[in-house]
Design a protein around this ligand. Structure first.
Ligand code: CDV
Length: 313
């Protein structure tokens, strides 16, 4: 890395609501406008939300799986998203894009909740498929539904990182950000820039939880993950009321110290921008979270051997 630039101006490009009737092309136009705004401010990397191109459709029940395919992309880029790729390349801006992916890799068609990372020359450097799928596979009558387990396979690409744009970048998607394992697996590969898109409902479907905890937990988990692994986190929300269903905003950029250095306060299309000095990662990675000096893996076996929490009798 010596001689390479270690400072990157980055934007979390939050999207306001996308209604079920909205055409993909109109969402792409909004994304291009955000990208251009970020580029005018000197940004080199823009992070868009999870499932950015459509409404957050896993809140709706479709008995027949083929009926959800209307929300999925069969190729990336495709005719509708090409204007975003073209403009980003013209402006020399890299981006993270979350979308629903219909993949045919020779073993039948599979559906994934996916993100890609595109570098400043327009090259797709990485793909990630969401691993921690929340919700249920079955429809629950009379309840608010979150059906990601119905519509998506668990991601099969692990948590890779890529050396790109002067640093080491990794990706995850929404619910992944609540799990410390997500950050640590990438922390163990030297991640410096962890990119996240999310759609978080303003009400907790599973519990009668006070509304303020939605934002608190959103930031708490990402701030902890950033600090404990000495990485920047750039997180972008889809926000506002989608056909009456609220999504929190709170898109943010978090330093390796765990501090939020930029965030949005709206529930609309918006940008949070910060200069990410990747050298700041080194200070955390070489002091409190110097893994080589301090990790004690001989005591961590349960983490990969056991899924459930089992209390002693
Ligand atoms: N889209 C998501 O992954 N949503 C989850 C909710 C269901 C817990 C989230 O982490 O916000």
């Amino acid at each position: 890395m010596s001689g390479e630039k270690r400072r990157l101006r980055v934007a979390a490009a939050q999207l306001g609501p996308v209604q079920i009737k909205d055409e993909r092309a109109s969402v792409v136009r909004r994304m291009v406008a955000l990208l251009e705004g970020a580029a005018r401010s000197g940004c080199e990397l823009v992070v868009f939300p999870e499932l950015a191109l459509t409404t957050f459709f896993p809140r709706y029940y479709y008995e027949n799986l083929a009926d959800v395919d209307v929300f999925f992309e069969r190729a990336m880029p495709n005719e509708t998203t090409l204007p975003l790729f073209d403009r980003a390349k013209e402006l020399g801006v890299g981006f993270y894009l979350g979308y629903a992916e219909l993949a045919d890799e020779g073993n039948g068609v599979k559906r994934y909740n996916t993100s890609i990372l595109v570098d400043r020359s327009g090259h797709i450097v990485g793909k990630y498929r969401k691993i921690h799928l929340p919700g249920f596979a079955e429809y629950r009558p009379g309840k608010l539904n979150q059906l990601e387990k119905r519509y998506f396979e668990v991601g099969n690409l692990g948590f890779p990182v890529w050396r790109t744009m002067g640093g080491v970048a990794g990706m995850c998607i929404c619910n992944d950000r609540r799990w410390p394992e997500t950050y640590r697996v990438m922390g163990l590969q030297g991640v410096e820039l962890l990119l996240i898109g999310y759609n978080t409902a303003s009400v907790n479907h599973a519990a009668d939880e006070p509304a303020h905890l939605r934002m608190f937990h959103n930031h708490l988990t990402m701030q902890a993950g950033a600090y404990q692994n000495g990485t920047w986190v750039v997180a972008s929300a889809k926000a506002g009321k989608e056909d009456g269903h609220g999504l929190i905003g709170g898109s943010c950029i978090i330093a390796p110290t765990g501090e939020i250095v930029a965030r949005t306060y709206t529930e609309e299309d918006d940008l949070a921008i910060a200069d990410c000095d990747l050298a700041l990662c080194d200070y955390i990675k070489s002091t409190v979270f110097d893994f080589v000096r301090h990790r004690r893996i001989e005591h961590y076996r349960l983490i990969t051997e056991r899924t459930a929490a089992i209390a002693p009798d």
